[in-house]
Design a protein around this ligand. Structure first.
Ligand SMILES: NC(=O)c1ccc[n+]([C@@H]2O[C@H](COP(=O)([O-])OP(=O)(O)OC[C@H]3O[C@@H](n4cnc5c(N)ncnc54)[C@H](O)[C@@H]3O)[C@@H](O)[C@H]2O)c1
Ligand SMILES: [Zn+2]
Length: 389
């Protein structure tokens, strides 16, 4: 298998695994699993959804079976609204019916929703069994499948219940992105720009260059182009390397930390994103699209507070134009967004923390009390009313 690799080494858990990145890898996924799983593993529960499995399920299942695994398939319905307790319970029941044991494994094939659910089920079934991820959305490849966070949504909030459960391996086949919808690509690229902005000029420039040559709305046309495939693999590898570094040195998001290597900086752009998602009842935006506005807002706020230079703000805004159109925000109530800030689950105690930017690659965490409401309100107005598109 020809692939690029990122190794994740978690010292606290003495756990090490590889993320392999390449194209057309699914037919060899069984061999890859052999390398990641214990010799004793015999059964594999493949968790996917009704949209992804018809596209890529057979390749994975056949390849695993060729390696002698007994494969059972659980298909969930498509969509974030199914990332809940009911589906979790149904998956656990399925594992139990299949008589999975402590030495068996769960494989997630799909986007972040499938990954988060399957990972959480693997974390709690028999107090934790092996877990492999085959992410098929850009967001899942560069973000949700790296870091070990798993979980479900519930009546009291999104992603509030979950567990850290590191996978035994992650296999990224970039060719699966060919079938991904334009908006899902845009959402993924928003997270990529976010990671570039908080990492360094190299990752930021690499992301910006990629978007210049290969705009998301035309992406599916390039898949026969070798240079494109190779640039896409390189970009995903660089993005993952960054996220893995942050995760490795702040594995469980230490709440006390506010330094620039804290895992919290990954929430750059997310305070507004969560608020926008909440006030639109999670219906208007893909999460990444809301993060797109969050980035514009955090950058604008940084400039208004004289933390970020105007040139850098313009640079960020230019790159954000390349990710593709974001949903309209004209009729969203600014007051409601303002109120929703207070409910952000990433707040610590009662005070909000803004993750701002001093420069590309230099995030700065600023206490909510240090930024006046008037400034926040005016900046919000500017970003949500002077729509980019
Ligand atoms: N665990 C983490 O650290 C972490 C981080 C970020 C986000 N998340 C979670 O990830 C979820 C979002 O993930 P997502 O953006 O991947 O959404 P998703 O899993 O809902 O996938 C988006 C859509 O694309 C479809 N799809 C997936 N792969 C496809 C393919 N190759 N071709 C065609 N269609 C395909 C899916 O069926 C779905 O309709 C959210 O629940 C979020 O909370 C988790
Ligand atoms: Zn996000």
């Amino acid at each position: 298998m020809k692939s690029k690799k990122v190794s994740v080494n978690l010292q606290n858990e003495a756990h090490e695994y590889d993320i392999e990145i390449g194209h057309d890898l699914l037919d060899a996924s069984g061999e890859w699993a052999r390398k990641c799983l214990a010799l004793k593993t015999s059964k594999v529960a493949l968790v996917s959804n009704v949209k992804v499995f018809p596209l890529y399920g057979a390749a994975v299942k056949n390849s695993f079976e060729k390696q002698g695994y007994e494969v059972s398939v659980y298909l969930m319905k498509d969509g974030e609204k199914h990332k809940n307790f009911r589906t979790l319970e149904s998956i656990l029941k399925f594992f139990s019916e299949q008589k999975l044991t402590r030495t068996d494994a769960v494989v997630a094939l799909g986007g972040g929703v499938v990954g988060d659910l399957a990972g959480f089920a693997a974390a709690i079934f028999l107090r934790g069994i092996a877990f492999l991820q085959i992410p098929t959305t850009l967001l899942a490849m560069i973000d949700s499948s790296v870091g070990g966070k798993t979980g479900v949504n519930s009546d009291f909030g999104k992603n509030l219940l979950g567990a850290f459960h590191q996978p035994n391996g992650v296999l990224i086949d970039v060719a699966t992105l060919k079938t991904l919808a334009r908006r899902e690509l845009t959402a993924g690229f928003c997270e990529a720009v976010k990671q570039g902005a908080i990492c360094d000029a190299n990752l930021f420039d690499q992301t910006a260059e990629f978007l210049k040559y290969f705009p998301p709305h035309k992406l599916n046309k390039y898949f026969s182009n070798e240079k494109f495939i190779s640039s896409l693999e390189d970009l995903i590898q660089a993005q993952i390397t960054f996220k893995a570094q942050i995760v490795m040195q702040d594995e469980k998001e230490n709440v006390e930390r506010i330094d620039e290597k804290s895992r919290k900086i990954l929430n750059f752009g997310h305070t507004l994103a969560h608020a926008l998602e909440k006030v639109t009842d999670y219906k208007r935006f893909k999460h990444g699209e809301a993060v797109g506005y969050g980035i514009l807002f955090a950058a604008e706020l940084s400039k208004t507070l004289d933390i970020l230079d105007e040139n850098k703000l313009n640079l960020l805004n230019d790159v954000m134009r390349r990710v593709g159109e974001l949903p309209d925000t004209q009729n969203i109530s600014l007051e409601k967004v303002f109120e929703a800030f207070a409910f952000d689950k990433k707040t610590i105690g009662k005070s909000l923390q803004w993750i701002l930017l001093e420069d590309i690659g230099k995030p700065k965490i600023v206490g909510g009390k240090d930024v006046s409401s008037a400034i926040v309100y005016e900046t919000l107005k500017k970003v949500l009313r002077d729509n980019l598109n």
